[in-house]
Design a protein. Structure first.
Lengths: 636, 87
């Protein structure tokens, strides 16, 4: 499970209503340290990374500027320009021009650049100054520039551009006070205005190539006047790349990293998950024994504690995923991984940047689909979003675990190396990958047909990840995750529990078969009968639309309530009674393919700005699931 | 004169003359400073044989299909290759 997830639209609500405080936009190219500076200033936790483009969600924070008052700071995606070619650039342009719904036009700008690469980074300075807003130019990574023997006369640069300049090391916190001083000036409304770099009147339509060439000449002239000396190459980065991008070692390192992430997600997380599980079930038992036997105890213990608890147990796994992704991104390795993965992805119609979302998809499709924003080509991005839910997310695991344990014997298949159960689990992972590859391949030849896109990946220097920023991010992720468990999952459990309680029989709850929930299952029974599923599974399929793992809790509830009246059966025994081996495998296949997750549908709708793609995706995956299960039932 | 980037040996800095791509596909290159007149230097090859170039102190990974659209010329006038430290 692990819908670590922002409820659609939740990020926007922060500052809309607050008026009075000026809005300052923080912009800069990817890997310029923008988000690090943002964290320094606001203390608001969010993603910070070396991987170009992860800062894609809208982040707004409040900064207290000494005694002068507060400003709202919006952290924009890292971009190289405002052409609105990618989603990130479109978001940036809309915010800067005050066209972003729910966000007022900015009153001032902070442009942050990596000073070790000043020349290419300043390509952004011209379109920014053309906005004619008070602007601060932040020369970040100043320490690194000096260390590697580079130089620039910042005073001359400030004079030439007519902007205030701050030299910072955002990671170490150096020079951040100068940024605060600028923000204080914005509050007092005396921030320095930038001076137009160019005399080209706005809207002059030069052919694009010429426009860029002209801009480039002006930038070169400006950095020349400011005496910019390019720093020497980072030799430690070169040495690391000699391994990470080596013909033989490169793919091996890549493979080792993927295996390590999986090992951590599925082996090392287990004791933690078990620990949380014990904590939840024992506290539930304690609650059960401490409360009098009323409907309220049933709601609290059987409904909420069991339902919400079944989701919260995945918190350790989500955190481990984000810990690893954080290290990979912040260290700069993720960009190399994308380069290595690109050729393979390109063959199936995707591109290297899709590697990050697809890998995240093994934990949860919701953050993975958000991460697909890093895919800069629109068709590639849509294809990535479309196939991401085929990755075996951790919400499927409880379902797989239950059914495999109930139906597959714990016997060796290939000697001591591979048991039958492990083989089935691997097979289900493989099924997901095969479906994703096939679907991407089909999409890029039909709906998303296009000339091959170009793939450009900036490889930032390797940097030591800051534990502080990764720690803050994990805190943030836990908060989002728990908030979700406390709202959506909470609501679903309460509704489910209520549906098992009505219509009342003699003032008490009915048999599950007769309850409102049971009747809903019986309504869809004819549709799932060809798959060998009875109404109980039907109810599970309906409730698992909220989140896949809910089916486990639902079946637990149904059989649990039945247990009281019939002979005492464990959940696995009860399943063995009601399902054949064939339909159990059918159910596994169904879960491998079907898009049983409303959070994913919601996030796809938001990310594709409409119902077309989520509807198509849901229908396609449901069809594949039904046909797959139908075939599986007849084979086994 | 139709020298393209893939035929340039590693560590040899060349000047970009022309980008043989439609405008919309060239734009991401332009934004990153890959413009006619700029100096680029292939510094490494990815495991799958795609070039990684150094430009203005940044490292940029391209696909070889894209690299094949970059027309370049050697730096010295008489055509003698001029080895430079990649920066």
């Amino acid at each position: 499970m692990g819908q670590e997830h922002c409820a659609p639209g939740s990020a926007t609500a922060l500052v809309d209503e607050q008026d009075g405080a000026p809005l300052v936009a923080l912009i800069g190219p990817p890997n310029s340290g923008k988000t690090t500076l943002f964290n320094r200033l606001t203390g608001l936790r969010q993603k910070v990374a070396n991987y170009p483009g992860v800062t894609v969600e809208k982040h707004v924070g409040r900064v207290q500027v000494a005694d002068d008052g507060t400003i709202d700071l919006v952290d924009l995606p890292g971009v190289h320009g405002f052409s609105a070619r990618s989603l990130d650039e479109k978001v940036t342009r809309d915010v800067l021009e005050g066209r972003m719904p729910g966000l007022r036009a900015p009153d001032a700008l902070v442009l942050i650049v990596d000073s070790t690469r000043l020349e290419s980074q300043l390509m952004l300075v011209e379109p920014v100054l053309e906005l004619e807003l008070p602007t601060l130019l932040v020369l970040n990574m100043w320490d690194e520039l000096v260390e590697r023997g580079g130089h620039v006369d910042h005073a001359a640069l400030a004079r030439r551009l007519g902007v205030a300049i701050a030299r910072t090391d955002a990671r170490g916190g150096l020079g951040v006070d100068d940024v605060r001083a600028f923000l204080a000036g914005v509050v007092r409304r005396d921030g320095a205005h930038g001076r137009a770099v160019t005399n080209v009147p706005r809207g002059t339509a030069l052919p694009m190539m010429d426009a860029f060439a002209a801009r480039r000449r002006r930038v070169r002239e400006i950095v020349g006047e400011a005496g910019f000396v390019q720093p020497g190459a980072s030799s430690s980065s070169e040495r690391l790349d000699a391994i990470a991008l080596h013909r033989v070692w490169g793919p091996l390192v890549f493979l080792a990293v993927v295996v390590l992430v999986f090992q951590a997600l599925f082996a090392w997380a287990t004791p933690l998950i078990d620990g949380v599980d014990v904590l939840i079930s024992s506290s539930g038992e304690w609650l059960g024994s401490a409360l009098p036997d009323t409907w309220f105890r049933s709601l609290l213990v059987d409904g909420i504690w069991a339902g919400v608890g079944s989701v919260v147990v995945f918190l350790p796994q989500i955190l481990i995923l984000f810990l690893f992704l954080g290290f990979l991104e912040d260290s700069g390795y993720m960009a190399r991984a994308a380069v290595i993965a690109d050729r393979m992805m390109y063959r199936v119609g995707l591109q290297g940047r899709a590697f990050l979302p697809l890998l995240s998809g093994y934990a949860c499709a919701v953050p993975a689909i958000l991460a697909a924003r890093t895919v800069d080509d629109e068709r590639d991005r849509l294809a990535t979003i479309f196939v991401t839910p085929f990755m075996t997310c951790s919400a499927r695991l409880p379902v797989y675990a239950l059914l495999i344990a109930a139906f597959i014997p714990d016997e060796p298949l290939l000697g001591p190396f591979l048991g039958q159960r492990a083989a089935v689990l691997l097979g289900l992972y493989g099924l997901g990958i095969a479906a994703a590859v096939l679907t991407a391949f089909l999409l890029k030849r039909t709906l998303l047909k296009a000339k091959p896109s170009s793939f450009l990946m900036e490889l930032p220097p390797y940097r030591l990840p800051s534990l502080r920023s990764i720690g803050l991010r994990l805190l943030d992720r836990s908060r989002i995750f728990l908030r979700r468990a406390g709202t959506i999952i909470f609501a679903v459990t309460v509704v489910l529990w209520t549906l098992t309680q009505f219509p009342r029989v003699d003032g008490g709850p009915p048999l599950v078969d007769d309850s409102a929930l049971g009747r809903m299952g019986q309504v869809i029974e004819p549709a799932i009968e060809p798959l060998g599923f009875d109404w109980r599974i039907g109810v599970g399929l309906v409730t698992s639309l909220a989140a896949r793992e809910v089916i486990v809790g639902t079946l637990g509830t149904i059989y649990g309530v039945e247990e009281a009246t019939e002979e005492d059966l464990g959940l696995q025994d009860a399943l063995r009674r009601d399902l054949t081996l064939g339909s159990a495998i059918g159910l596994l296949v169904f879960f491998a393919f079907a898009l049983q997750c409303m959070s994913t549908v919601a996030v796809v709708r938001r990310e594709t700005a409409g119902w077309k793609w989520p509807a198509l995706q849901f229908g396609y995956m449901l069809l594949l699931a039904y046909v797959g299960a139908f075939v599986a039932v007849r084979i086994f | 004169m139709d020298l393209r980037l893939p035929s340039i040996p590693l560590r040899q800095t060349v000047e970009l003359v022309h980008i043989d791509l439609p405008a919309d596909q060239a734009e991401p290159l332009l934004e990153r400073g890959v413009l006619p007149g700029c100096k680029i230097c292939p510094v490494r090859s990815s495991p799958s044989g795609d070039p990684i170039i150094s430009i203005d102190g940044s490292l940029l990974a391209l696909r070889r299909e894209t690299a094949a659209c970059l027309c370049v010329r050697l730096l010295s006038a008489n055509g003698v290759s001029q080895l430079q430290e990649a920066s």
